[in-house]
Write a protein that binds this ligand. Structure first.
Ligand SMILES: Cc1cc2nc3c(=O)[nH]c(=O)nc-3n(C[C@H](O)[C@H](O)[C@H](O)COP(=O)(O)O)c2cc1C
Length: 383
């Protein structure tokens, strides 16, 4: 049976003894991040709900670590608990052979309250800054970003990090090649800002699904329906022509500007490395916020369940012309190196161009370096 929303999932985790409610006061600035950082390293990997956050009234909570491992994925997706990753992925693809169209419903819990125009205030939520080197407070770390192709009307659901700039604007980082990026290019060609809707705190299958890469043009809500074996209920947004899951805790509506750009990042990525500072990232101007009306889990935001999972292991050896390397990372979207002990004391972050300059073969997804013939002086590789 699919879960209607995040609250149902949290209730089940609590019943199973897999959730810790943190009642002592924690600060949104770094403290929540530190708790999550610790929790991901424990054997039990409990889900955490922070109930008292410095500077915020009672009822403003933050949840994290809901799906940090395969057993919790299996629970959210209603697969047997001891299923292997391979079987689970195969099971998901099997389900997705038959997409289930979403249904539009007249209203939903996310419609309980609405703030528009100057009443929008993203800072009303206890949005955490997770680690000291994060460029700001990150609202979008485990969420859905919904956009539409202006020509075909096809919807996309993706997960792209979102940093709070101020009360009513957000920075977003969308890698070129992601579907929302194609949409943005199309809106740009029309000379119109791109309508965007962001949802937080919904049925766990939706954020899990939003990080899935389907072929361009597939209605991703239909694939989400297939994944959760029941249609996704959608409600219409009010200031943008988009639909969002009706049971989301928080909905943010806005437009991605064609002209306004502000620094965004860096951000401690889920793979364990620091994502780049984007000097002129696009800005979303918020036109409406639907906060939840009540109680227990109101105003929650989530850190990615896998706060610090390890990325793919790379293979790197030190070269004469490129000393001082200490870290390598590689993921689908990022790869890079870090060299320690630079003047100024801080580590230096290097991107793929630095790598090429240094003579390393570097593809988008893979880093390779020829081992030294004596096999000595291997760099420490942390990825
Ligand atoms: C926790 C998490 C955070 C992510 N953050 C970003 C991000 O900030 N920017 C980005 O372009 N992709 C990010 N991704 C990857 C995309 O969500 C993923 O590629 C997804 O397939 C995009 O959807 P699309 O294929 O419909 O564009 C993230 C993935 C995860 C798991």
């Amino acid at each position: 049976m699919p879960f209607a929303d995040m609250r149902e999932f949290i209730a089940l985790l609590e019943k199973r003894g897999e959730l810790l409610r943190i009642k002592q006061e924690v600060h949104w600035d770094l403290e929540i991040g530190a708790w999550l950082h610790k929790a991901i390293r424990t054997k039990q990997q409990p889900a955490l709900v922070f109930e008292k956050i410095t500077g915020y009234p009672e009822g403003y909570t933050v949840a994290g670590m809901l799906v940090p491992n395969s057993a919790r994925w299996a629970l959210a997706l209603d697969f047997p608990e001891n299923i292997s990753w391979t079987e689970m992925i195969a099971g998901i693809y099997e389900r997705c052979r038959k997409p289930i169209d979403p249904v539009i419903v007249p209203t939903g819990p996310c419609k309980d309250q609405k703030h528009t125009g100057s009443h929008c205030n993203l800072l009303e939520f206890p949005v955490p800054r997770y680690i000291a080197r994060d460029g700001g407070r990150y609202l979008g770390t485990w969420h859905c970003v919904i956009t539409k192709d202006p020509d075909t009307g096809e919807r996309n659901v993706g997960m792209y990090r979102l940093m709070v700039h101020d009360r009513n604007s957000l920075g977003i980082f969308i890698c070129p090649g992601e579907h929302a990026h194609f949409h943005y290019e199309k809106w740009k060609a029309r000379g119109e800002p791109m309508p965007v809707a962001i949802t937080l705190g919904q049925d766990e299958v939706l954020p899990l699904h939003s990080l899935w890469s389907w072929p361009y043009g597939v209605d991703e809500f239909a694939m989400a329906g297939a994944m959760r074996t029941a249609p996704v209920e959608l409600v219409k947004c009010e200031t943008v022509d988009l639909e969002v899951p009706a049971t989301a805790e928080i909905v943010v509506e806005g437009h991605m500007s064609l002209t306004e750009r502000r620094p965004e990042g860096p951000f401690g990525e889920y793979t364990g490395h620091m994502g780049a500072l984007i000097k002129d990232g696009p800005v979303i101007n918020v036109s409406a916020i639907h906060p939840p009306q009540e109680s227990d889990l109101s105003r929650s935001a989530q850190r990615p369940a896998a706060l610090r999972v390890r990325g793919r292991r790379g293979n790197l050896t030190r070269r004469r012309d490129f000393r001082g390397l200490t870290h390598l990372w590689s993921s689908r979207h990022h790869c890079g190196l870090r060299a320690a002990q630079q003047p100024g004391g801080d580590d230096r972050h290097l991107d793929s161009q630095d790598l090429r300059r240094a003579g390393f073969g570097c593809g988008k997804f893979r880093l390779r370096a020829r081992p030294r013939s004596d096999g000595q002086e291997r760099d420490r590789v942390r990825c």
